[in-house]
Design a protein around this ligand. Structure first.
Ligand SMILES: [Fe+2]
Length: 285
């Protein structure tokens, strides 16, 4: 078993600044970092799927770096529409977070029972995604190198979501990706962020899991082309558990002070006894 934790859309500003004058995205991220460090067992890896900062400036990335440095598990990042992949390549050079070595700004994470491919869907001078031929060729080459189970992380959702402002660019931007994935059944999961809400879908035969934002959530009415509502509320990390060759995904709260509220402690009944009650007359297996 291996455990991947995903967080997304952290939207960090310089210290002391609030997003939209209201949201303390830094406090929300700091709380999530504590939750991750409290998890038992510890995750094997943390992936942060873009929109790391609100503006791609040094003061924002400095603050972001200070906030994620306490994370205990190995941590990797990728760019979103609010980031600059080129600036990130320079800024994070010499750190373990963004080990890119070419202009596609994509990289591989090895060393787990599956491969992780960290992709770049950033489009210069736009909030909308792109996945041009050089990045697609990099991905094709990587997928040809191994038939190991593979997890792909990308910022923008490579699927039609039914949300007008997310789907605005049309499905063509991920057509090449979809065709490529249809030829690689070893790709088990695609994870993304961007929309500040959770949603599951599919690209070719591969499940897609879209994580909410640690900073703030959006509520978008389906089928109405109006600005989304905004909630000043963080979201828990997402856990992708690799079990039996597949991934199981969902939110995973682990707040501080959790240890004192176990059901065996509060009920006064030992865990082995509780399990016996649960089993009843059923035999194991
Ligand atoms: Fe975002």
């Amino acid at each position: 078993m291996s455990l991947v934790v995903q967080i997304s859309d952290t939207h960090i500003l310089p210290p002391g600044s609030l997003l939209y004058g209201k949201t303390n995205s830094a406090a929300h991220l700091a709380a999530v970092v504590k939750q991750i460090n409290n998890m038992k067992p510890q995750p094997d890896v943390v992936l942060i799927t873009g929109d790391l900062v609100e503006k791609p400036e040094e003061s924002c990335y400095m603050h972001f770096l200070a906030l994620i440095e306490p994370l205990k598990p190995p941590t990797y990042i990728l760019p979103g529409n609010h980031d600059s992949p080129e600036f990130m390549a320079e800024f994070f050079r010499g750190t373990p977070y963004f080990p890119v070595d070419d202009e596609t700004c994509q990289f591989v994470v090895d060393g787990l029972p599956f491969r992780i491919l960290m992709l770049n869907s950033h489009c210069p001078h736009s909030q909308l995604p792109e996945y041009p031929a050089d990045r697609l060729a990099w991905l094709e080459w990587q997928l040809e190198q191994s038939s190991e189970p593979t997890l792909i992380a990308i910022h923008h959702p490579p699927m039609v979501t039914g949300i007008a402002f997310v789907d605005m660019v049309g499905p063509q931007w991920f057509a090449g990706l979809k065709q490529l994935l249809s030829r690689h059944p070893n790709v088990k999961l695609v994870i993304c962020g961007h929309s500040h809400m959770d949603m599951s879908g599919r690209i070719a035969q591969v499940p897609v899991y879209m994580a909410p934002s640690t900073s703030h959530q959006l509520i978008a009415d389906r089928g109405l082309d109006i600005a989304p509502w905004y909630i000043n509320r963080g979201a828990p990390p997402v856990l992708h558990q690799f079990l039996g060759g597949e991934f199981l995904s969902g939110s995973y709260y682990w707040p501080e002070g959790f240890e004192g509220r176990r059901i065996d402690d509060d009920s006064g009944i030992e865990w082995d006894t509780l399990k016996m009650y649960m089993r009843g007359r059923r035999k194991a297996g």
